[in-house]
Design a protein around this ligand. Structure first.
Ligand code: ZN
Ligand code: ZN
Ligand code: ZN
Ligand code: ZN
Length: 318
């Protein structure tokens, strides 16, 4: 370039020239700088011919005493063009780690911060245990937690404990699942329910397609006080499934007027669904009862085993 012949050395600016990104669509020509041919960084408008350049591009010309590159006017002034800047910053770009696999597309204004600074999983970070290795964000957690030779002993031990807990959990789960295949225990349908059966009752309602959003109404119908239900709502705002769980747990503990509504039994649950016009759910509930009774009769003794877990009979049973 001519600047070399004049012995002019441009300042080493880390971000000189326009924005060199992969654009989703070819950037419009009126947003690109005539010197570097990229969308303008810190766009400046010149008062000679109204052309727009990157600050670093046009400043280099001006400091070297050269005329406006477009109209050759010797003296010109520059002004920041905010509207131009806004348009450039709104251009859609791909992440600079697209080739490695990052699918991010966003406005140019967001690629550095937050995307590259915080979110992009393909940026290389240094291992925090000073092993001198660099990993992409998506891999570094694993390296630091489970792999790095420099990681502290606590982490190694913690990992072992975690592994043991997982094995234990998996064992428990497979036992629970084999229970589920035998459908619900008949005691769920024949005896008063207790808090021990909360999970079964929840599961039952889920399988019958009861809409969780109606938990408040169900609570009222089952004999819970409005204040009790409002308190649940206040404690778990927006968490419908938690509200239903709390509501049923109160019911199983027979608070408020539950006993006068027939107590915590399968039949009062079924009646409540019917009076709420949840007939489909009530029918399915009854179907589950028939299934359980049939399979319960097939397995001798099941009834006795489960009925030991039930609580006292409510004063007014059905
Ligand atoms: Zn430029
Ligand atoms: Zn000009
Ligand atoms: Zn990315
Ligand atoms: Zn490391």
């Amino acid at each position: 370039m001519a600047s070399d012949q004049l012995g002019y050395q441009p300042l080493t600016m880390p971000e000189a020239g326009g924005y060199d990104y992969q654009y989703v669509e070819e950037p419009p020509e009126n947003l690109t700088c005539p010197i570097c041919c990229l969308p303008c960084r810190e766009p400046q408008i010149v008062d000679c011919c109204g052309a727009k350049f990157c600050l670093s591009c046009i400043d280099r010309e001006r400091l070297a005493g050269r005329p406006c590159p477009l109209c050759r006017t010797k003296e010109f002034r520059m002004l920041t063009d905010k509207d131009h800047k806004r348009k450039v910053k709104a251009l859609k770009v791909h992440c600079t780690h697209r080739e490695e696999g990052c699918q991010w597309i966003g406005e140019l204004r967001h690629i550095k911060d937050p995307h590259l600074v915080k979110d992009c999983q393909y940026v290389l970070d240094e291992c925090k245990w000073d092993c001198g290795q660099k990993y992409t964000r998506k891999d570094i957690k694993f390296h630091e937690q489970d792999e790095c030779v420099n990681r502290p002993l606590e982490l190694v031990l913690l990992k072992k404990v975690e592994l043991l807990e997982k094995q234990f959990e998996a064992q428990n789960k497979s036992e629970n699942q084999s229970d589920l295949i035998f459908s619900f225990p008949p005691s769920l349908f024949s005896s008063p329910l207790t808090i021990d059966q909360l999970i079964d009752v929840l599961d039952l309602l889920k399988r019958c397609g009861f809409p969780q959003t109606r938990w408040h109404e169900l609570g009222l119908t089952l004999g819970l006080h409005k204040y009790t239900l409002d308190a649940i709502k206040r404690d778990h705002p927006g968490n419908i499934s938690r509200c239903l769980t709390e509501c049923l747990s109160k019911w199983l503990r027979r608070v408020d007027y539950v006993d006068s509504k027939g107590g915590a039994t399968f039949d009062s649950l079924s009646d409540a669904l019917k009076s709420m016009n949840e007939n489909a759910a009530a029918d399915k509930l009854d179907q589950e009862k028939r299934n359980a009774m049939i399979s319960g009769n097939d397995i001798k003794g099941t009834n006795d085993v489960h009925s030991t877990a039930t609580g006292p009979v409510p004063p007014t049973g059905t």
